[in-house]
Design a binder for this molecule. Structure first.
Ligand code: NAD
Length: 421
């Protein structure tokens, strides 16, 4: 088994490359294919001048990075955040390539983002920004080319603006150009909760391997947005006791368990955050990660477990709902401590899987029942988990490196078969 130094980094793209390089060495990837897979195939940066409500004009920077279209049209969400920068989007785009390969769906990987603070913008400003971004990216997007979806701070509302703007440009209704749409615009049943559900299914598969009984399992979930709130709810449904949850307002801890359905109701009626949640002690997001729990699900953002706090992590099993919550240098420490990590590119693939089902339904013009969506998505996650587990076992590597090896082998074979000129 080759020993490879892992770089110390919190730059998400460097962190992605660190794992990529380890997996490339193990599979003996040739230099040409290695170089093709390493770099994004397309990088587009746009400046978007937007009329603000106060009469001023503000310029926003937007990105769309297509990492790969080797296995099919590129797929990946659009993120609105002050922290969006090109390296973050590049990493997220590459992760999408590996994620789609692992989920066994015919897509490449992409990601988009706009550097902005959506919480300080009005609905009108957000709509103008989203429509301007869609116009600027209209030659990048396409139902057979590049298909966006929601990510942090974007959801069905933004996807509706995108499908409307894009369809107006193309003079025909093209619902398959974007997924995560509202149901009445061709969205799929089960898409909203798909990522959180997939996190639960991945956790359940891991718990079976580790012989952990859900009824005796305590969990902490960081982030209570789309992914975290549904993951916590599905954990609760499995009989897991969720003792801590958190969001930007901080952490909430109750050793007897938090009532997740009540917490979701609280968020829905409380400006979309957990602030003021009753029946729980206030802790910080850092303290949540360090709790003595069996299962930890980071579902907020990147770089939450780093060389600074990794020594304090006590969970037996970590399931990455968020993209990139653990840095590459922290991976090694967790592995040495015997903590099993189910990596993002496997664990949060339930969302893109149901996005794929949405796209299939849009193109067929025929819509499936919720039961059908759930059955297919659960089976897909179980199969993907087994593939990554078996690959990791075969190569005596962590689940993360196993997942990279599985995905990279698939993409490398396709690159070699298609060739280039
Ligand atoms: P979201 O915007 O719905 O929710 C994000 C949550 O994280 C919110 O509760 C927010 O308050 C919280 N948060 C933000 N900053 C925080 C901090 N510093 N500490 C603790 N909590 C913080 O976003 P989401 O769609 O749930 O995405 C969360 C993560 O999951 C991201 O990494 C995203 O890329 C990833 N992901 C999302 C999907 C999806 O389908 N939505 C799919 C795959 C991966």
């Amino acid at each position: 088994m080759p020993k490879v130094e892992i770089k110390d980094t919190t730059n998400p793209y460097e962190s992605m490359l660190a794992r990529f390089d380890v997996a490339a060495k193990i599979i003996g990837l040739d230099e040409a294919t290695h170089n093709v897979m390493k770099v994004p195939s397309k990088q587009v940066t746009v400046s978007l001048p937007i009329y603000m409500d106060d009469g001023s004009t503000k310029i926003f920077e937007g990105y769309r990075i297509v990492h790969s279209t080797i296995l099919g049209p590129s797929k990946g969400g659009i993120r609105y955040s002050t922290l969006v920068d090109i390296d973050e989007v590049k990493a997220l785009a590459a992760w999408m390539t590996w994620k789609c390969a692992i989920a066994d769906i015919p897509y490449g990987g992409a990601k988009g983002g706009i550097t902005c603070d959506p919480h300080k913008m009005s609905v009108g400003e957000l709509e103008r920004l989203t429509r301007a971004y869609t116009v600027a990216m209209s030659d990048v997007f396409g139902e057979n080319r590049d298909i966006p979806a929601p990510d942090m701070n974007t959801g069905p509302r933004e996807m509706a603006w995108i499908v409307d703007t894009y369809s107006k440009i193309k003079r025909e209704y093209i619902p398959g150009v974007v997924t995560g749409k509202p149901l009445h615009l061709g969205g799929s049943l089960g898409r909203t909760e798909a990522t959180g559900r997939g996190v639960m299914v991945a956790a359940n598969e891991a718990m079976k391997k580790l012989k952990m009984n859900p009824k005796k399992t305590k969990a902490a979930v960081q982030g209570f947005g789309n992914v975290g709130s549904f993951a916590a709810r599905f954990f609760e449904d499995m009989g897991i006791k969720v003792v801590a949850i958190s969001d930007v307002t901080g952490g909430y801890y109750n050793p007897k368990g938090i009532d997740i359905k009540k917490a979701i109701d609280h968020v829905q009626t409380n400006k979309k955050h957990l602030g003021g949640l009753k029946g729980a002690e206030r802790i910080t997001n850092e303290e949540l990660l360090e709790l003595n729990v069996d299962l930890l699900a980071p579902c907020a953002m990147e770089n939450q477990i780093t060389h600074k706090n990794v020594h304090k992590i006590m969970a037996k099993l970590i399931v990455e709902g968020a993209n990139g919550p653990i840095t590459s240098d922290a991976d090694k420490v967790l592995q040495d401590k015997g903590i099993i990590v189910i990596p993002d590119i496997l664990a949060n693939g339930g969302g893109v899987t149901v996005s794929y089902y949405e796209w299939v339904q849009n193109r067929a013009g025929y819509y499936w029942s919720l039961e059908e969506v759930i059955k297919r998505a659960d089976e897909s996650m179980i199969k993907a988990f087994a593939n990554c587990w078996d690959t990791a076992t075969k190569h005596h590597q962590s689940m993360r490196i196993g997942a990279y090896i599985f995905a990279m082998n698939k993409v490398a074979n396709a690159i070699k078969s298609r060739g280039h000129f």
